[in-house]
Design a protein around this ligand. Structure first.
Ligand code: UD1
Length: 422
């Protein structure tokens, strides 16, 4: 396995391009299985999670042609298997979208599911509730099985908890259902809108994505050759914004949708960081001085939970005490032990962390415990005095395209090395 070695305390200057949204891609690529035409999808990030999904789709029988590093053509017009029990699925939390797509088009899906994750159980009861309401028999125990005699039947579905995954999965499955499906209390994240736009580009009739209620009028089939480009990755953009704020400097973050970044921009401004918005880029100017701030993570348009560890890393050096409350996941503060090794003063009580700002972090050997915790340690390493070694970076590779290269291009001293002891 590899590690990152960072020599910290260097300001960041220049421009960096943000890649396509990973969490949109992990849904859109499986959704391409609904189409009898070909889908050419651009701006896909070259990260491990996406390569796993493309591998699974290919093994199911779709023709997957890599057109370039960031574009792919998927042709699911041939025979497609509906049982996915490949070992590769164990590496992928978002494998459940394959269930929605296979169930919607073929009336059958069996997909092996990875277990819980590092920040809490990942229940799929709402996915199950949705598929059942559409007329499927569903069981989940290591393998996510859903079966029906087509067509699925449109239904009214209320989601008890706002869930990104359940919203997208039910939307995907309902596209080919007979009649109208209404999903209430849905998630409104930018990638929900992206998935809906992609489905509509293939010929679906999905309305209301981005609001609390999504209406899907079922269509008989999807059979169009389409080209679609993914939106930029909100969390990658936020990570670079925070990195620039933490290390200090002047960085233009390009290929972003500033509207998607509002909660993050507002919080950084509250911390006295200069945030300048342009039509498709954001400039961060910082002298490395960070004001304290309280924040609570919430579904969009709230402050994203996936930015929580990264924001906490920044607040470790804020002037004063900050309180961060995790409003989405039960157990998303496990990484704070790693920040403490670097000198951070953080106490955690349930879903709340109290962060007393210190003058400086100090480099240390730390372990990435999940994707965003790993990114938080990189941010901490960039502003720390001395050398930081981050182990277990396989997690970071899941979701950040060429992270070290991009950071180096704006002046960071970060190298990837092999870690034979791991
Ligand atoms: C997605 C993101 C993840 C992000 C999360 C919240 C992907 C691949 N991952 O995960 O990075 O942290 O959104 O923004 O897009 N819940 C239930 N029952 C369900 C489903 C979810 O109770 O059937 C609960 C979860 O326990 C959690 C909350 O709903 O407390 C939100 O989860 P959800 O939005 O579904 O997260 P994911 O889609 O898995």
């Amino acid at each position: 396995m590899d590690k990152f070695v960072i020599n910290g305390n260097k300001s960041l200057y220049g421009e960096v391009d943000i890649s396509g949204a990973k969490n949109a891609a992990v849904a859109i690529l499986p959704a391409a299985l609904l189409n009898k035409g070909t889908c050419t999808i651009e701006n896909i990030p070259d990260v491990k999670d996406i390569n796993y999904i493309l591998d699974v789709i290919g093994r199911l029988g779709a023709k997957v042609e890599r057109l370039s590093r960031n574009s792919v053509r998927i042709d699911a017009s041939g025979d497609i298997a509906t049982v996915a029990d490949f070992e590769v699925l164990n590496h992928m939390r978002a494998s459940y979208y394959i269930v929605g797509a296979l169930l919607g088009r073929f009336g059958n899906a069996e997909v092996s599911m990875p277990g819980g994750c590092n920040f809490g159980e990942r229940p799929v009861d709402l996915h199950k509730k949705g598929f059942t309401a559409l007329g499927a028999d569903v069981s989940v125990s290591g393998i996510f099985k859903a079966k029906t005699t087509l067509p699925l039947k449109g239904a009214n579905i209320y989601l008890d908890t706002v869930s990104v995954g359940a919203t997208i999965n039910i939307m995907i499955a309902a596209v080919l259902a007979e009649g109208t499906t209404i999903i209430e209390n849905v998630a409104k994240e930018p990638h929900i809108v992206d998935v809906a736009n992609f489905l509509n580009a293939m010929g679906a009739n999905v309305k209301g994505a981005g609001t609390d209620v999504i209406r899907i009028k079922g269509v008989k089939e999807l059979n169009k050759n389409i080209n679609y480009a993914l939106i930029p990755d909100q969390i990658e953009a936020g990570t670079f914004m925070v990195a620039a704020a933490a290390a200090g400097g002047n960085v233009l973050i390009k290929n972003v949708i500033p509207k998607h970044m509002e909660a993050i921009s507002a919080k950084l401004e509250e911390m006295n960081i200069t945030v300048q918005e342009f039509s498709d880029s954001i400039r961060i100017i910082s002298d490395g001085t960070v004001g304290k701030a309280n924040l609570k993570t919430l579904p969009y348009p709230g402050f994203p939970t996936d930015m929580q560890p990264i924001a906490v890393a920044l607040l470790t050096v804020a002037k004063g005490t900050s309180i961060v409350t995790e409003g989405v996941w039960e157990n998303r503060f496990q990484y704070v032990d790693e920040l403490r090794r670097m000198g951070a003063h953080i106490t955690v009580n349930g879903r709340m962390a109290v962060i007393e700002g210190v003058d400086k972090l100090t480099g240390a050997v730390v372990n990435a415990t999940d994707l965003r915790a790993g990114a938080a340690l990189v941010v901490a390493g960039l502003m720390a005095e001395g050398k930081t070694v981050i182990r277990n970076i396989k997690y970071i590779d899941r979701g950040y395209e060429h992270f070290a290269e991009k950071l180096r291009s704006i002046g960071a001293d970060i190298q990837r090395d092999s870690d034979p002891s791991n």
